[in-house]
Design a protein around this ligand. Structure first.
Ligand code: SAM
Ligand code: SF4
Length: 336
């Protein structure tokens, strides 16, 4: 069984948001004053596990647990353990802000998680606090160490680069990743949700500009596209990868504005409320929670809805550099 959309793309990767809540408030991701969902609207651990199992039964080989901050969701280790046992699943991944990794890294590894992405936008304590509104960089640095100590390899840092906040720090972040043997990806900010802290257009900095800045210090060589996109690739996805001469780390650029990657899209997302989102940048979606909660035969109904939904996966996102949000939902709801 394989999920295929009407543009011939195989969908084998699902990102599952386990909560909309977070212990940080990154300026590009959330408004300062957020109202979170009532708990009854969020999928239970049992429902999340059922969705994971159903997708793997439909040929999905990669699951990423995300949020909000997945590690503040009660029962998440139990969920990871269940998903980690699914035969047919090749990669179980987690995206986290890292603050709870000192506590959970080993349990996550033992549960069968293959790879971790950790968000890190600045190494400067004051700036980190400004970007996350109240985060403590030392918790994240300790989290990275804990993930390394637990035996995770190819840990990837994610950094959203904003012109007037942290773009000047990009070479330093790269050097940190190279020294620590980590991969790192830089993401162009996406217009999801209404934020008040900054204008998204004013903060735009293109991946090409960042790469030029890194090039001042390192000779960058493109990481072979074929290797990066092969089925077994560690980092297959929308990022374009480069390597600094003399280092093993990969330096990726996710460029929704400057380099559209939709033609190779292989993924869908599930929001914390069980809505199957067919594209990060469009509203097409299907309610799976209703099927889980009201159908006499939830497994069959969810399966049918997923298969039918593939016909509604849009060809591409239509983000532009307008300050008006093109999508009203925030990234924390989306399963970023
Ligand atoms: N809390 C976890 C974390 O920060 O890694 C997981 C969820 S977070 C929504 C997933 C990723 O989305 C993070 O790397 C974050 O930087 C990124 N992100 C959030 N809002 C974004 C936006 N508006 N544009 C681009 N990336 C965004
Ligand atoms: Fe929380 Fe992640 Fe959003 Fe930052 S990017 S506010 S850590 S969900």
């Amino acid at each position: 069984m394989q999920l295929t959309d009407s543009f011939g793309r195989t969908i084998n990767y699902v990102r599952l948001s386990v909560t909309d809540r977070c212990d940080l408030r990154c300026v590009y991701c959330m408004a300062e004053d957020m109202t979170f969902l009532p708990r009854t609207e969020v999928l239970s651990i049992e429902e999340l596990a059922t969705l994971g199992e159903t997708f793997v039964g439909l040929g999905v080989t990669k699951l990423r647990i995300t949020g909000g901050e997945p590690l503040i969701r009660r029962g998440v280790i139990n969920l990871l353990e269940r998903l980690g046992q699914l035969s047919g699943l090749k990669e179980l991944c987690l995206t986290t802000n890292g603050t709870h990794l000192p506590q959970y890294a080993q349990a996550i590894k033992d549960a069968g998680v293959d790879r971790i992405n950790i968000s890190l936008d600045s190494l400067n304590p004051d700036r980190f606090r400004q970007l996350t509104r109240f985060g403590d960089i030392n918790q994240v640095l300790a989290g990275i160490k804990a993930a390394q100590a637990a035996g995770f390899t190819r840990i990837k840092l994610n950094c959203v680069a904003l012109k007037h906040y942290n773009a000047d720090e990009v070479p330093a972040l790269v050097q940190f990743a190279l020294n620590e043997g980590l991969d790192i990806s830089f993401i162009e900010e996406m217009p999801l949700g209404r934020i008040d802290e900054h204008g998204r257009a004013a903060e735009f900095v293109s991946s090409d500009e960042l790469r030029s800045a890194i090039n001042q210090q390192h000779v960058l060589q493109p990481f072979p596209e074929k290797k990066a996109r092969s089925k077994n690739a560690i980092n297959a996805g929308p990022a374009r990868y480069w390597q600094a001469k003399g280092y093993d780390s990969r330096i990726g650029f996710i460029s929704p504005h400057s380099n559209n990657f939709c033609s190779s899209c292989n993924r869908v997302r599930i929001t914390a409320t069980g809505r199957l989102l067919l594209c990060l940048g469009q509203e097409n979606s299907v309610d799976l929670r209703e099927a889980l909660r009201t159908s006499d035969n939830p497994f069959a109904e969810v399966r049918t809805r997923i298969i039918n939904a593939m016909h509604h996966k849009p060809e591409k996102h239509t983000f532009d550099l307008d300050d008006e949000p093109q999508i009203v939902r925030f990234m924390n709801m989306t399963g970023g």
